[in-house]
Design a protein around this ligand. Structure first.
Ligand code: AMP
Ligand code: ZN
Length: 464
């Protein structure tokens, strides 16, 4: 079975051939830690977690290195630190903001069933040259200047886009177009409107590091060039992120890394997930149409959010709706019932094949429905393959009982209270007080609990 992945750079599905099958290397741009992550931010985390799991399955658990950074230097972080901790010195305030936000992010994505990346470097630890000799931003910028790809002007260090003949390949933006179309006044100190900041000066009340260009801080793009090289080398296999990162972020990462190292390529495959949308618009902080992962986890187990994400192919837009979530929750209820107690270890060939075709998760979900039906009609082998496939995809982390408890907890319904009402109702029915038993049934319904009476007794479930 050949793994094929769509590459944004060549605009084609490419057969995946790792540079070193003993160490398959992937870098994904991580969060800027100034606020709770929204469910749109969870999309790349879930999508690339599936890529990570698939690569581990194919090449072996110890033969895949996955790096996802944390951006902990950013003007939005400074602003948040000043707002939330006005009485602390700025550096302490920044640390409080970034530590709290990073911890929340970790808790959120763990609840979504995502494995930890192999390394999770923080940008601030890669600004200055390091004792361990891993690539850092100041050294990269120095190399870019020495090779004639960057210049100092107006207190900044800028990347000289004209020094790179094929700048713009990833996004398909040509430099000439950008010059001709430049409506915005070109910053006077830039040679070219497309030139971008590698280093900028910091005022006394901004975070800063002493560098050959004075006290300052790095631009955003250089972070990822440094941290990817630090852990994965100058050229690696897969680089990922959301569609909005193609330009300028990834375009500029490519320019920096290739020009600093003198290579033709930064990563062999560039993967980008599509947007998660609300009523046709990209979910984003700035539009205010967002819901945080944390808020959603109060109402839904993380696996429901995960399945809801994977029902759509990663390159297509997803419309995030309540109806979709309800359906995903129902599906998982059923899958847990059929598979949770099975110990299967060998995932289904059809599921692996669909995953290997550029992560065709809608096809995977279709195959899972087929396996479920075969399993439910008594095929023990298919039941094992079903359970193993679900686990490969990061589902079934709970037992069947654990799942039920989680759903009850997420619904805010107190199982002990429901059971006590049910026994009051049974008592009322026994003494033929149907008025009271109906009243209790209505009370439960108002709580969102549906009860079913049968010969075996009364069972209940959460109405969704
Ligand atoms: P940000 O914190 O905005 O830099 O985003 C972190 C990651 O989430 C990046 O990979 C973005 O491309 C991705 N992202 C942000 N918003 C969305 C969205 N609405 N849908 C899908 N991915 C998104
Ligand atoms: Zn990045």
């Amino acid at each position: 079975m050949e793994l094929k992945l769509y590459d944004t750079l060549t605009k084609q599905k490419q057969p995946f051939r790792p540079l070193d099958p003993k160490n398959v290397r992937m870098y994904v741009c991580g969060p800027t830690v100034y606020d709770f992550a929204h469910i749109g931010n969870a999309r790349p985390v879930i999508v690339f977690d599936v890529v990570f799991r698939l690569l581990r399955h194919v090449y072996g658990e110890n033969h895949v290195t996955y790096v996802r950074n944390i951006t902990d230097v950013d003007d939005k972080i400074n602003a948040r630190a000043l707002r939330d901790f006005p009485d602390l010195p700025l550096n302490d305030a920044i640390r409080r903001v970034t530590e709290k936000t990073a911890a929340q992010f970790h808790a959120d994505v763990a609840a979504l069933g995502c494995l930890k990346p192999t390394f999770e470097p923080r940008a601030t630890e890669f600004v200055l040259p390091r004792t361990d000799g891993k690539t850092d931003m100041v050294t990269l910028i120095t190399q870019l200047i020495a090779r004639g790809h960057a210049y100092e002007a107006g207190g900044e260090v800028l990347f000289d886009t004209a020094s790179m003949p094929d700048y713009g390949l990833l996004s398909g933006r040509k430099l000439e177009d950008q010059q001709a179309g430049a409506r915005i006044a070109v910053d006077a100190h830039k040679k070219n409107p497309a030139d971008f900041v590698l280093w900028k000066q910091s005022s006394d009340d901004e975070p800063g590091w002493d560098s050959p260009w004075g006290r300052g801080r790095p631009g955003w793009h250089i972070e990822c060039s440094a941290m990817s090289a630090a852990y994965l080398g100058e050229v690696f296999d897969i680089h990922g992120g959301g569609l909005d990162l193609i330009f300028p972020h990834h375009e500029n990462e490519i320019a920096q890394s290739r020009c600093a190292h003198g290579t033709h390529t930064m990563a062999n495959i560039w993967m980008h997930n599509g947007f998660l949308q609300v009523e046709g618009e990209k979910m984003s902080k700035s539009l205010g149409n967002f819901v945080t992962i944390n808020e959603l986890l109060r109402d839904w187990p993380g696996e429901v959010l995960r399945l809801n994400m994977l029902k759509t192919h990663y390159r297509s837009p997803i419309d995030w709706t309540l109806k979709g979530l309800e359906e995903s929750a129902k599906t998982l209820d059923d899958w847990y019932e059929v598979a949770a107690d099975s110990k299967g270890e060998v995932a289904s060939g059809a599921v692996l094949e669909a995953l290997s075709d550029d992560l065709n998760t809608p096809q995977v979900v279709a195959s899972l429905h087929g396996l479920r039906n075969a399993a439910a009609s008594g095929d023990a082998k298919q039941r094992e393959a079903f359970a193993a496939s679900l686990r490969l995809l990061g589902f079934l982390s709970d037992s069947a009982a654990g799942w039920k408890a989680k759903k009850q907890q997420a619904s805010g319904i107190d199982a002990a209270q429901v059971n006590s009402l049910l026994s009051d109702r049974a008592a009322a029915r026994a003494r033929k007080d149907f008025k009271e038993s109906d009243r209790i049934r209505d009370e439960l319904a108002a709580m969102g609990v549906v009860i079913k009476d049968s010969k075996e007794g009364t069972t209940w479930e959460i109405a969704r």
